[in-house]
Design a protein around this ligand. Structure first.
Ligand code: S3P
Length: 174
């Protein structure tokens, strides 16, 4: 069956708020695999929250730590894992090349309204703090699309429950 046939981690990429963590956790549950959230791993290794890392050291420093954490997950971690990455991870060339060479990569995408709605629930995203979140999300989504589209599997995440998205991811990796 599917979970045994796949021999690489499944990595979810895409914009903040698209549902990478919620969908990833459920895909992992259905495959019977562990789920890892790369942002949580970064916070654990740094012993700081992501807003704290951005505030103290800036985005470049964060990207470097993000690349190191994802490298560790993909080179030392179990091959049967579902990994959700932060929205900017796949836009860093080194991180992206590593993900593409080691994992099955799924791009989750949704429209800006859905991203606005889902990111408005928490205040944990430093990139949305200095400006209008809708404008920032729109611009980031446009800027990042060329990178995300390098992922071999593309799944649309509609607003509302994640059930259908979870099944589309499973179909995509099958
Ligand atoms: C970021 C997305 C966040 C987190 C950081 C930067 C981005 O992860 O890594 O705030 O650049 O899009 P989520 O995609 O899980 O929100």
């Amino acid at each position: 069956e599917l979970a045994r046939r796949i021999d690489r981690p499944v990595v979810l990429v895409g914009m903040m708020g698209v549902g990478k963590s919620s969908v990833g956790r459920r895909v992992a549950g259905l495959l019977g695999w562990p789920f890892v959230d790369a942002d949580d791993e970064i916070e654990r290794s740094a012993r700081m929250t992501i807003p704290e890392i951005f505030a103290a050291y800036g985005e470049d420093y964060f990207r470097d730590g993000e690349r190191r954490v994802i490298t560790r997950l993909l080179t030392e971690g179990a091959k049967h894992t579902v990994i959700a990455t932060g929205g900017g991870a796949f836009c860093n060339a080194a991180t992206r090349d590593l993900i593409l060479s080691r994992a099955i990569t799924v791009w989750l995408d949704s429209d800006v309204d859905t991203l606005v709605e889902r990111t408005a629930r928490t205040d944990k995203r430093p990139l949305l703090r200095d400006g209008n979140p809708r404008e920032i999300l729109h611009r980031l989504r446009e800027d990042r699309r060329p990178h995300y589209s390098l992922a071999p599997i593309h799944v649309i995440s509609a607003s509302g429950p994640h059930t259908q998205t979870v099944h589309r991811v499973l179909e995509g990796i099958a």
